[in-house]
Design a protein around this ligand. Structure first.
Ligand SMILES: *Cc1c(COP(=O)(O)O)cnc(C)c1O
Ligand SMILES: [Zn+2]
Length: 430
Protein backbone atom coordinates (compact mmCIF):
# COMPACT_ATOMS: atom_id res chain seq x y z
CA UNK A 1 0.00 0.00 0.00
CA UNK A 2 1.47 3.31 -1.10
CA UNK A 3 1.59 5.86 1.74
CA UNK A 4 -0.51 8.94 1.09
CA UNK A 5 1.23 12.14 2.16
CA UNK A 6 -1.10 14.44 4.07
CA UNK A 7 -1.11 18.23 3.99
CA UNK A 8 -3.43 21.01 5.13
CA UNK A 9 -5.71 22.91 2.78
CA UNK A 10 -7.93 25.89 3.54
CA UNK A 11 -11.54 25.14 2.77
CA UNK A 12 -12.23 28.84 2.07
CA UNK A 13 -9.35 30.01 -0.16
CA UNK A 14 -7.60 26.76 -1.07
CA UNK A 15 -4.18 27.72 0.31
CA UNK A 16 -2.03 24.73 1.21
CA UNK A 17 0.34 24.15 4.13
CA UNK A 18 2.57 21.20 4.93
CA UNK A 19 2.42 19.52 8.33
CA UNK A 20 5.80 20.93 9.40
CA UNK A 21 4.29 23.56 11.67
CA UNK A 22 1.35 23.71 14.05
CA UNK A 23 -1.60 25.36 12.34
CA UNK A 24 -5.31 25.40 13.12
CA UNK A 25 -6.59 28.00 10.65
CA UNK A 26 -5.55 29.59 7.36
CA UNK A 27 -4.05 33.07 7.09
CA UNK A 28 -7.43 34.08 5.63
CA UNK A 29 -9.22 32.83 8.76
CA UNK A 30 -10.74 29.76 7.09
CA UNK A 31 -10.66 26.31 8.66
CA UNK A 32 -8.22 23.68 7.42
CA UNK A 33 -8.74 20.19 6.07
CA UNK A 34 -6.27 17.35 5.99
CA UNK A 35 -5.95 16.40 2.37
CA UNK A 36 -4.28 13.46 0.68
CA UNK A 37 -3.34 12.73 -2.85
CA UNK A 38 -5.40 9.70 -3.93
CA UNK A 39 -3.57 9.27 -7.26
CA UNK A 40 -2.55 5.66 -7.71
CA UNK A 41 -4.34 4.54 -4.55
CA UNK A 42 -6.42 1.41 -5.01
CA UNK A 43 -9.60 1.72 -2.93
CA UNK A 44 -10.25 -2.02 -3.02
CA UNK A 45 -6.78 -2.74 -1.71
CA UNK A 46 -7.39 -0.27 1.12
CA UNK A 47 -10.73 -1.87 1.96
CA UNK A 48 -9.12 -5.34 2.00
CA UNK A 49 -6.45 -4.07 4.37
CA UNK A 50 -9.15 -2.74 6.75
CA UNK A 51 -11.04 -6.02 6.51
CA UNK A 52 -7.90 -7.95 7.49
CA UNK A 53 -7.48 -5.72 10.54
CA UNK A 54 -11.05 -6.32 11.78
CA UNK A 55 -10.85 -8.11 15.13
CA UNK A 56 -7.08 -7.53 15.44
CA UNK A 57 -5.62 -8.64 18.78
CA UNK A 58 -2.51 -6.50 18.84
CA UNK A 59 -1.21 -3.14 17.72
CA UNK A 60 -3.06 0.02 16.78
CA UNK A 61 -5.42 -1.97 14.52
CA UNK A 62 -7.29 -2.92 17.72
CA UNK A 63 -8.56 0.66 17.73
CA UNK A 64 -11.68 1.46 15.73
CA UNK A 65 -9.94 4.64 14.63
CA UNK A 66 -6.42 3.47 13.79
CA UNK A 67 -7.72 0.46 11.90
CA UNK A 68 -8.29 3.05 9.17
CA UNK A 69 -5.09 4.98 9.74
CA UNK A 70 -4.32 5.49 6.05
CA UNK A 71 -7.21 7.98 6.00
CA UNK A 72 -6.70 9.23 9.58
CA UNK A 73 -3.02 9.92 10.28
CA UNK A 74 -0.53 7.43 8.89
CA UNK A 75 2.09 7.02 11.62
CA UNK A 76 3.96 4.03 13.04
CA UNK A 77 2.27 2.39 16.04
CA UNK A 78 4.78 3.70 18.58
CA UNK A 79 3.82 7.29 17.69
CA UNK A 80 0.12 6.71 18.34
CA UNK A 81 -1.74 7.66 21.54
CA UNK A 82 -4.71 5.31 21.78
CA UNK A 83 -7.19 3.85 24.24
CA UNK A 84 -8.39 1.38 21.62
CA UNK A 85 -11.38 3.63 21.11
CA UNK A 86 -14.21 2.94 18.72
CA UNK A 87 -15.45 -0.61 18.12
CA UNK A 88 -18.81 0.61 19.37
CA UNK A 89 -21.99 -1.33 18.87
CA UNK A 90 -24.77 -0.55 16.44
CA UNK A 91 -28.24 -1.51 17.69
CA UNK A 92 -31.61 -1.99 16.03
CA UNK A 93 -33.49 1.01 17.45
CA UNK A 94 -36.36 -1.06 18.90
CA UNK A 95 -38.93 1.18 20.60
CA UNK A 96 -37.09 4.25 19.38
CA UNK A 97 -37.49 3.02 15.80
CA UNK A 98 -41.25 2.59 16.23
CA UNK A 99 -41.39 6.02 17.78
CA UNK A 100 -39.56 7.57 14.82
CA UNK A 101 -41.80 5.71 12.37
CA UNK A 102 -38.90 3.84 10.77
CA UNK A 103 -38.68 0.16 9.89
CA UNK A 104 -34.91 0.00 9.46
CA UNK A 105 -33.43 2.29 12.06
CA UNK A 106 -30.01 1.55 13.53
CA UNK A 107 -28.39 3.41 16.38
CA UNK A 108 -24.60 3.60 16.40
CA UNK A 109 -23.69 4.07 20.05
CA UNK A 110 -20.67 6.30 20.29
CA UNK A 111 -21.35 6.62 24.02
CA UNK A 112 -19.60 3.25 24.29
CA UNK A 113 -16.21 4.84 23.72
CA UNK A 114 -13.59 4.81 26.55
CA UNK A 115 -14.71 8.12 28.11
CA UNK A 116 -18.33 7.78 27.03
CA UNK A 117 -18.62 9.91 23.91
CA UNK A 118 -17.55 10.05 20.26
CA UNK A 119 -15.03 12.73 21.26
CA UNK A 120 -12.53 9.92 21.94
CA UNK A 121 -12.30 9.22 18.22
CA UNK A 122 -11.14 12.72 17.47
CA UNK A 123 -9.08 12.95 20.62
CA UNK A 124 -6.92 9.89 19.97
CA UNK A 125 -5.89 11.56 16.73
CA UNK A 126 -5.58 15.02 18.30
CA UNK A 127 -3.45 13.73 21.19
CA UNK A 128 -1.28 11.86 18.69
CA UNK A 129 -0.85 15.12 16.74
CA UNK A 130 0.08 16.91 19.99
CA UNK A 131 2.87 14.36 20.50
CA UNK A 132 3.84 14.67 16.82
CA UNK A 133 4.39 18.39 17.46
CA UNK A 134 6.23 17.69 20.74
CA UNK A 135 3.59 19.43 22.86
CA UNK A 136 3.65 18.91 26.62
CA UNK A 137 0.38 20.70 27.40
CA UNK A 138 -2.95 20.50 25.58
CA UNK A 139 -6.01 22.71 26.04
CA UNK A 140 -9.65 23.02 25.04
CA UNK A 141 -12.80 24.95 25.73
CA UNK A 142 -15.60 22.55 26.37
CA UNK A 143 -19.18 22.08 27.43
CA UNK A 144 -18.04 18.75 28.87
CA UNK A 145 -17.26 15.73 26.71
CA UNK A 146 -14.25 17.21 24.95
CA UNK A 147 -12.63 18.01 28.29
CA UNK A 148 -13.40 14.57 29.73
CA UNK A 149 -11.82 12.97 26.69
CA UNK A 150 -8.84 15.30 26.45
CA UNK A 151 -8.00 14.92 30.14
CA UNK A 152 -7.99 11.15 29.75
CA UNK A 153 -5.79 11.05 26.65
CA UNK A 154 -3.41 13.60 28.16
CA UNK A 155 -3.16 11.55 31.35
CA UNK A 156 -2.50 8.36 29.36
CA UNK A 157 0.30 9.93 27.38
CA UNK A 158 1.97 12.05 30.05
CA UNK A 159 0.77 15.47 28.92
CA UNK A 160 -0.80 18.21 31.04
CA UNK A 161 -4.31 19.30 30.20
CA UNK A 162 -5.88 22.71 30.59
CA UNK A 163 -9.66 23.01 30.40
CA UNK A 164 -11.81 26.11 29.94
CA UNK A 165 -15.43 25.55 30.85
CA UNK A 166 -18.24 28.05 30.43
CA UNK A 167 -20.33 29.41 33.27
CA UNK A 168 -23.65 27.77 34.01
CA UNK A 169 -24.80 24.21 33.82
CA UNK A 170 -22.26 21.56 32.91
CA UNK A 171 -23.44 17.97 33.02
CA UNK A 172 -22.04 16.39 36.18
CA UNK A 173 -20.75 13.18 34.63
CA UNK A 174 -18.49 15.14 32.32
CA UNK A 175 -17.05 17.58 34.82
CA UNK A 176 -16.43 14.68 37.18
CA UNK A 177 -14.32 12.92 34.54
CA UNK A 178 -12.29 16.01 33.67
CA UNK A 179 -11.42 16.57 37.33
CA UNK A 180 -10.78 12.90 38.00
CA UNK A 181 -8.40 12.55 35.06
CA UNK A 182 -6.38 15.47 36.40
CA UNK A 183 -7.37 18.23 33.99
CA UNK A 184 -6.52 21.72 35.26
CA UNK A 185 -9.98 23.23 35.05
CA UNK A 186 -10.75 26.93 34.72
CA UNK A 187 -14.34 28.06 34.91
CA UNK A 188 -14.79 31.14 32.73
CA UNK A 189 -17.28 33.86 33.62
CA UNK A 190 -18.86 33.74 30.18
CA UNK A 191 -20.50 31.32 27.75
CA UNK A 192 -18.94 28.62 25.59
CA UNK A 193 -18.12 31.02 22.80
CA UNK A 194 -16.20 33.28 25.24
CA UNK A 195 -14.27 30.27 26.52
CA UNK A 196 -13.46 29.30 22.93
CA UNK A 197 -12.07 32.76 22.09
CA UNK A 198 -9.94 32.75 25.23
CA UNK A 199 -8.47 29.29 24.73
CA UNK A 200 -7.41 30.15 21.18
CA UNK A 201 -5.54 33.18 22.45
CA UNK A 202 -3.95 31.19 25.29
CA UNK A 203 -2.75 28.46 22.92
CA UNK A 204 -1.31 30.94 20.44
CA UNK A 205 0.55 32.95 23.10
CA UNK A 206 1.63 30.23 25.53
CA UNK A 207 2.70 27.50 23.10
CA UNK A 208 0.01 25.06 24.17
CA UNK A 209 -1.56 22.63 21.71
CA UNK A 210 -5.23 23.34 21.00
CA UNK A 211 -7.57 20.36 20.95
CA UNK A 212 -10.92 21.89 20.10
CA UNK A 213 -12.62 20.59 16.98
CA UNK A 214 -11.13 23.45 14.98
CA UNK A 215 -8.07 21.19 15.15
CA UNK A 216 -8.06 19.40 11.79
CA UNK A 217 -6.65 16.16 13.26
CA UNK A 218 -9.70 15.73 15.47
CA UNK A 219 -11.95 15.76 12.44
CA UNK A 220 -9.76 13.07 10.83
CA UNK A 221 -10.22 10.78 13.85
CA UNK A 222 -13.96 11.36 13.90
CA UNK A 223 -14.23 10.17 10.30
CA UNK A 224 -13.71 6.67 11.68
CA UNK A 225 -17.32 6.62 12.96
CA UNK A 226 -18.34 6.50 9.32
CA UNK A 227 -15.71 3.95 8.28
CA UNK A 228 -16.69 1.67 11.13
CA UNK A 229 -20.45 1.92 10.49
CA UNK A 230 -19.93 0.99 6.85
CA UNK A 231 -17.64 -1.89 7.77
CA UNK A 232 -20.28 -3.13 10.24
CA UNK A 233 -22.82 -2.95 7.41
CA UNK A 234 -20.52 -4.93 5.11
CA UNK A 235 -20.03 -1.76 3.07
CA UNK A 236 -23.73 -1.61 2.24
CA UNK A 237 -24.54 2.08 2.21
CA UNK A 238 -27.58 3.23 4.24
CA UNK A 239 -29.99 5.80 2.80
CA UNK A 240 -29.59 8.30 5.62
CA UNK A 241 -27.37 9.33 8.49
CA UNK A 242 -28.99 11.44 11.20
CA UNK A 243 -26.63 13.25 13.53
CA UNK A 244 -26.81 16.01 16.17
CA UNK A 245 -25.02 19.30 15.45
CA UNK A 246 -23.26 21.57 17.96
CA UNK A 247 -19.89 22.82 16.81
CA UNK A 248 -20.66 20.83 13.65
CA UNK A 249 -17.33 18.99 13.64
CA UNK A 250 -18.88 15.55 13.78
CA UNK A 251 -21.14 15.96 10.77
CA UNK A 252 -18.26 17.62 8.89
CA UNK A 253 -16.16 14.54 9.61
CA UNK A 254 -18.95 12.20 8.53
CA UNK A 255 -19.40 13.92 5.18
CA UNK A 256 -15.65 14.15 4.56
CA UNK A 257 -15.32 10.43 5.24
CA UNK A 258 -18.14 9.61 2.82
CA UNK A 259 -16.68 11.85 0.15
CA UNK A 260 -13.29 10.15 0.47
CA UNK A 261 -14.75 6.63 0.35
CA UNK A 262 -16.76 7.63 -2.70
CA UNK A 263 -13.75 9.16 -4.46
CA UNK A 264 -11.76 6.00 -3.78
CA UNK A 265 -14.56 3.83 -5.16
CA UNK A 266 -15.04 2.02 -1.84
CA UNK A 267 -18.71 3.00 -1.87
CA UNK A 268 -20.68 3.68 -5.03
CA UNK A 269 -23.47 5.81 -3.61
CA UNK A 270 -23.58 8.60 -1.06
CA UNK A 271 -26.13 8.51 1.75
CA UNK A 272 -27.90 11.72 2.70
CA UNK A 273 -27.04 13.42 5.97
CA UNK A 274 -29.55 15.12 8.28
CA UNK A 275 -28.02 17.47 10.84
CA UNK A 276 -30.23 18.11 13.86
CA UNK A 277 -29.81 21.10 16.16
CA UNK A 278 -31.64 22.05 19.34
CA UNK A 279 -34.11 24.86 18.59
CA UNK A 280 -32.44 27.10 21.19
CA UNK A 281 -29.00 26.70 19.59
CA UNK A 282 -29.65 26.42 15.88
CA UNK A 283 -27.60 28.91 13.84
CA UNK A 284 -27.16 26.40 10.99
CA UNK A 285 -30.90 25.75 10.77
CA UNK A 286 -31.60 29.47 10.63
CA UNK A 287 -29.20 30.13 7.77
CA UNK A 288 -30.30 26.98 5.91
CA UNK A 289 -34.03 27.64 6.11
CA UNK A 290 -33.99 31.40 5.73
CA UNK A 291 -31.16 31.48 3.16
CA UNK A 292 -29.34 34.08 5.21
CA UNK A 293 -25.60 34.46 5.81
CA UNK A 294 -24.22 32.75 8.89
CA UNK A 295 -24.98 34.59 12.11
CA UNK A 296 -24.12 33.31 15.59
CA UNK A 297 -26.90 32.76 18.14
CA UNK A 298 -26.24 35.10 21.09
CA UNK A 299 -27.50 33.18 24.10
CA UNK A 300 -27.84 29.55 23.11
CA UNK A 301 -30.07 27.58 25.46
CA UNK A 302 -30.87 23.88 25.63
CA UNK A 303 -30.95 21.00 28.11
CA UNK A 304 -28.72 19.18 25.60
CA UNK A 305 -25.60 20.91 26.94
CA UNK A 306 -23.28 19.13 24.47
CA UNK A 307 -24.81 21.13 21.63
CA UNK A 308 -25.46 24.40 23.46
CA UNK A 309 -23.29 26.31 21.01
CA UNK A 310 -24.16 29.58 19.31
CA UNK A 311 -21.09 30.07 17.13
CA UNK A 312 -20.06 26.68 15.69
CA UNK A 313 -16.44 26.64 14.48
CA UNK A 314 -17.07 24.11 11.70
CA UNK A 315 -20.12 25.64 10.03
CA UNK A 316 -18.37 26.05 6.66
CA UNK A 317 -17.22 22.42 6.63
CA UNK A 318 -20.71 21.41 7.66
CA UNK A 319 -22.33 23.33 4.81
CA UNK A 320 -19.88 21.87 2.33
CA UNK A 321 -20.76 18.39 3.62
CA UNK A 322 -24.48 19.07 3.29
CA UNK A 323 -23.92 19.98 -0.36
CA UNK A 324 -21.86 16.84 -0.96
CA UNK A 325 -24.51 14.63 0.57
CA UNK A 326 -27.66 16.41 -0.59
CA UNK A 327 -28.26 16.84 3.12
CA UNK A 328 -30.93 18.50 5.21
CA UNK A 329 -30.98 20.45 8.45
CA UNK A 330 -33.69 20.42 11.10
CA UNK A 331 -34.25 21.66 14.62
CA UNK A 332 -36.03 19.97 17.50
CA UNK A 333 -37.57 21.41 20.66
CA UNK A 334 -36.56 20.63 24.24
CA UNK A 335 -39.67 18.49 24.64
CA UNK A 336 -38.93 16.58 21.43
CA UNK A 337 -35.35 15.92 22.55
CA UNK A 338 -36.38 14.62 25.98
CA UNK A 339 -39.29 12.50 24.71
CA UNK A 340 -37.02 10.94 22.08
CA UNK A 341 -34.49 10.34 24.82
CA UNK A 342 -37.14 8.61 26.93
CA UNK A 343 -37.70 6.24 23.97
CA UNK A 344 -33.98 5.59 23.40
CA UNK A 345 -33.67 4.90 27.13
CA UNK A 346 -36.83 2.75 27.26
CA UNK A 347 -35.47 0.71 24.34
CA UNK A 348 -32.76 -0.35 26.79
CA UNK A 349 -30.08 1.53 24.88
CA UNK A 350 -29.85 4.90 26.62
CA UNK A 351 -27.96 8.06 25.67
CA UNK A 352 -27.42 11.62 26.84
CA UNK A 353 -29.85 14.35 25.71
CA UNK A 354 -27.86 15.78 22.76
CA UNK A 355 -27.53 12.30 21.25
CA UNK A 356 -31.27 11.90 21.10
CA UNK A 357 -31.59 14.71 18.57
CA UNK A 358 -30.82 11.91 16.12
CA UNK A 359 -34.06 10.15 17.02
CA UNK A 360 -36.16 13.29 17.52
CA UNK A 361 -34.91 14.62 14.19
CA UNK A 362 -35.51 11.34 12.35
CA UNK A 363 -39.10 11.29 13.63
CA UNK A 364 -39.68 14.85 12.50
CA UNK A 365 -38.23 14.20 9.04
CA UNK A 366 -40.30 11.04 8.60
CA UNK A 367 -43.44 12.98 9.55
CA UNK A 368 -42.50 15.73 7.09
CA UNK A 369 -42.14 13.14 4.31
CA UNK A 370 -38.42 13.85 3.88
CA UNK A 371 -37.27 10.44 5.10
CA UNK A 372 -39.14 7.41 3.71
CA UNK A 373 -40.38 5.09 6.50
CA UNK A 374 -38.85 2.16 4.56
CA UNK A 375 -35.43 3.80 4.31
CA UNK A 376 -32.36 2.39 6.06
CA UNK A 377 -31.36 5.05 8.53
CA UNK A 378 -28.37 5.19 10.87
CA UNK A 379 -28.75 7.53 13.82
CA UNK A 380 -25.64 8.42 15.74
CA UNK A 381 -25.88 8.41 19.52
CA UNK A 382 -23.01 10.66 20.53
CA UNK A 383 -22.80 10.22 24.31
CA UNK A 384 -23.50 7.88 27.22
CA UNK A 385 -26.69 8.03 29.31
CA UNK A 386 -24.72 8.51 32.55
CA UNK A 387 -23.09 11.70 31.35
CA UNK A 388 -26.11 13.65 32.48
CA UNK A 389 -27.99 11.88 35.26
CA UNK A 390 -29.74 15.14 36.28
CA UNK A 391 -31.57 15.27 32.96
CA UNK A 392 -32.75 11.67 33.37
CA UNK A 393 -33.94 12.07 36.94
CA UNK A 394 -35.52 15.45 36.24
CA UNK A 395 -37.55 13.98 33.37
CA UNK A 396 -38.72 10.89 35.26
CA UNK A 397 -39.51 12.85 38.43
CA UNK A 398 -41.26 15.36 36.15
CA UNK A 399 -39.42 18.32 37.69
CA UNK A 400 -38.26 19.98 34.46
CA UNK A 401 -41.37 22.19 34.27
CA UNK A 402 -39.28 25.31 34.76
CA UNK A 403 -37.53 24.46 31.49
CA UNK A 404 -40.86 23.91 29.78
CA UNK A 405 -40.31 20.15 29.63
CA UNK A 406 -43.00 17.65 30.66
CA UNK A 407 -42.21 14.11 31.75
CA UNK A 408 -44.43 12.68 28.99
CA UNK A 409 -43.13 9.14 29.46
CA UNK A 410 -41.99 9.57 33.06
CA UNK A 411 -41.24 6.41 35.03
CA UNK A 412 -41.57 7.70 38.60
CA UNK A 413 -40.35 5.77 41.62
CA UNK A 414 -43.11 5.00 44.15
CA UNK A 415 -42.64 5.22 47.92
CA UNK A 416 -44.31 2.32 49.79
CA UNK A 417 -44.51 0.67 53.21
CA UNK A 418 -42.14 -2.31 53.55
CA UNK A 419 -44.72 -5.10 53.17
CA UNK A 420 -46.01 -7.52 50.54
CA UNK A 421 -49.50 -6.00 50.31
CA UNK A 422 -48.03 -2.63 49.52
CA UNK A 423 -45.93 -4.15 46.72
CA UNK A 424 -49.02 -5.87 45.29
CA UNK A 425 -51.03 -2.66 45.47
CA UNK A 426 -48.27 -0.64 43.81
CA UNK A 427 -47.26 -3.07 41.06
CA UNK A 428 -50.24 -5.31 40.31
CA UNK A 429 -53.11 -2.92 40.97
CA UNK A 430 -54.27 -2.80 37.37
C1 LIG B 1 -19.70 17.21 21.14
C2 LIG B 1 -21.00 16.54 21.17
C3 LIG B 1 -21.98 16.79 20.21
C4 LIG B 1 -21.82 17.79 19.14
O1 LIG B 1 -20.85 17.46 18.18
P1 LIG B 1 -20.26 18.58 17.22
O2 LIG B 1 -19.14 17.95 16.51
O3 LIG B 1 -19.81 19.70 18.12
O4 LIG B 1 -21.37 19.01 16.34
C5 LIG B 1 -23.16 16.09 20.29
N1 LIG B 1 -23.38 15.19 21.27
C6 LIG B 1 -22.45 14.92 22.21
C7 LIG B 1 -22.76 13.94 23.28
C8 LIG B 1 -21.23 15.58 22.19
O5 LIG B 1 -20.34 15.32 23.14
ZN1 LIG C 1 -7.62 30.45 3.46
Amino acid sequence: MKKMEAYLKCIRCGKEYDLGQVRYTCDCGGTLDLKRDFDGVDGMELKDLWEKRWGARSGSAMSGVWRYKELVFDLPDDKIVTRMEGNTRMYPAGKAGKYAGLKNFLLKHEGENPTGSFKDRGMTCGATAAKFYNATTVACASTGNTSASMASYAACSGMKSLIFIPEGKIAYGKLAQALAFGGRTLQIKGNFDDAMTLVQEVCAKLNIYLLNSINPFRIEGQKAICFEILQQLNWQVPDWFVIPGGNLGNNSALSKALEELYTLGIINKKPRIAVIQAAGAAPLVKMWKEHTPFEPVKNPETIATAIKIGNPVSYEKSLRGLKWSNGVVESVTEQEIMDAKAMVDAAGIGAEPASCCSVAGAKKLVEAGVIDPEATVVGILTGNILKDPDAVIGYHQDTLGKLGIKGTYANKPTVIEPDLEAVKAAVFAD
